[in-house]
Design a protein around this ligand. Structure first.
Ligand code: HEM
Length: 365
């Protein structure tokens, strides 16, 4: 089982890719992947009007297998409808409250804070058994996936938890959850948990580092660091956090038909990779690219072409707009709350399919 394209790239490999992208925007790796660190080519490839690529999103695939398109469609529609009924500001207030009371491991704290905020949509407030299953999923399978603490995802544990969720959902599903074949119901539900909680908690780890830590990870502060906490617009803080530390740090698509992309020929079966992390720090698109400067967003005309934290085109994130509003609201509530004490335990960020902050302990003064 995989959670998508987990290559054991690690932080070192990710930085190597970044450095290569700085020298050469479009190239083929030794492993044969075609890397597009050119905003125009990257967007054109992902939007894919000619149907040259397979759009099955690889990023959130907890079961490691592609679900039938009809099932994915049902899940996406449910997520879409559910988000439309939610207030990002209210969810952010719950998240920040939970974080204020949390102690210990940062990643675990963020996973649980985001889950708690989403307990209504996920049906956890009505069903204790579902809550226990989700907690175990997050604490074991998902946490190790986020931090890279296990060499391989625990296939057996995932299957067991998916089966347990499936049984509970037969009698008590969250509001509006699609009617599905019992064989996939639990897996789809854990996929929904992953969508609601996964990348948001990774983004939250980075937001906390940006706003609560004295020193940034792989970035510099703008001239006046206090401005960030008190003066910058929350939406700009959210966008700048997603620019410098995108949880989905690369988007991959498999090529269906031979064709040309810019200077390269790509062949059926090749991987096309859009390196969001490198693109969003490329000096060609971003002045002072490694500086955390939320105010830069007030100088930009609209969403810049080289900003792709949620991918684009078929298969891209259905939660993108909600996520930006939620993360902005979290920044706003954090600025008004008591500072959260954090002690850094690891020096390197966690890099798997997801890019999240180095390990920290919360609550240590
Ligand atoms: C910072 C937070 C988030 C990031 C970085 C993110 C990123 C992404 C990306 C990159 C994809 C496409 C995968 C690919 O192109 O291979 C995706 C898909 C998806 N995202 Fe998000 N996402 C975030 C938050 C959310 C939230 C809050 C939700 C909903 C509650 C959500 C729901 C989904 C769903 C359902 C899909 C699958 C779309 C499909 O199957 O067609 N995401 N996300």
């Amino acid at each position: 089982m995989s959670f998508g394209p987990i290559r054991r790239t690690g932080w070192r490999g990710m930085r190597q890719l970044h450095r290569r992208c700085l020298r050469q925007p479009v190239f083929r790796t030794l492993a044969g992947s075609v890397v597009l660190c050119d905003s125009h080519l990257a967007r054109r490839a992902l939007v894919d009007v000619d149907g040259q690529l397979d759009h099955v999103p690889a990023f959130w695939r907890p079961g490691g297998v592609a679900l039938p398109p009809a099932v994915c469609g049902a899940l996406n529609r449910w997520v879409h409808r559910t988000l439309a009924a939610e207030d990002p500001d209210a969810l952010a207030a719950i998240t920040v409250d939970q974080l204020g009371a949390a102690r210990g491991d940062l990643h675990r704290a963020c996973l649980h804070a985001v889950t708690e905020a989403n307990s209504g949509p996920l049906g956890l407030d009505r069903e204790a058994e579902l809550r226990a299953t989700v907690s175990e999923f997050l604490d074991t399978v998902f946490h190790s996936m986020l931090t890279g603490s296990r060499r391989r995802a625990d296939h057996g544990a995932f299957q067991r938890l998916a089966a347990r969720a499936g049984t509970t959902l037969a009698t008590s599903a969250p509001p509006g959850f699609p009617e599905l074949d019992p064989a996939v119901r639990g897996e789809v539900y854990l996929r929904a948990v992953t969508a609601f909680v996964g990348a948001s908690s990774a983004a939250l780890t980075w937001l906390l580092c940006a706003l609560q830590s004295p020193d940034l990870v792989a970035a510099r502060r703008a001239a006046d660091p206090t401005a960030t906490r008190t003066e910058a617009a929350p939406e700009h803080i959210a966008l700048e956090t997603l620019r410098l530390w995108p949880p989905a740090w690369q988007h991959r698509r498999v090529v269906l038909h031979d064709h040309r992309i810019g200077p390269l020929s790509v062949l059926r079966g090749d991987d096309v990779v859009v390196p969001a992390y490198a693109l969003q720090r490329h000096p060609r698109y971003w002045p002072d690219a490694d500086t955390f400067d939320p105010d830069r967003w007030s100088r930009l005309p609209s969403r810049p072409e080289a900003f792709l934290p949620f991918a684009v085109g078929p298969g891209s994130c259905v939660g993108a707009a909600f996520e930006v509003r939620w993360l902005a609201a979290v920044a706003k509530h954090l600025a008004a709350a008591a500072p959260i004490a954090m002690t850094r335990r690891g020096t390197a960020p966690c890099v798997t399919a997801v890019f999240s902050a180095p390990e920290h302990t919360l609550g240590a003064g």
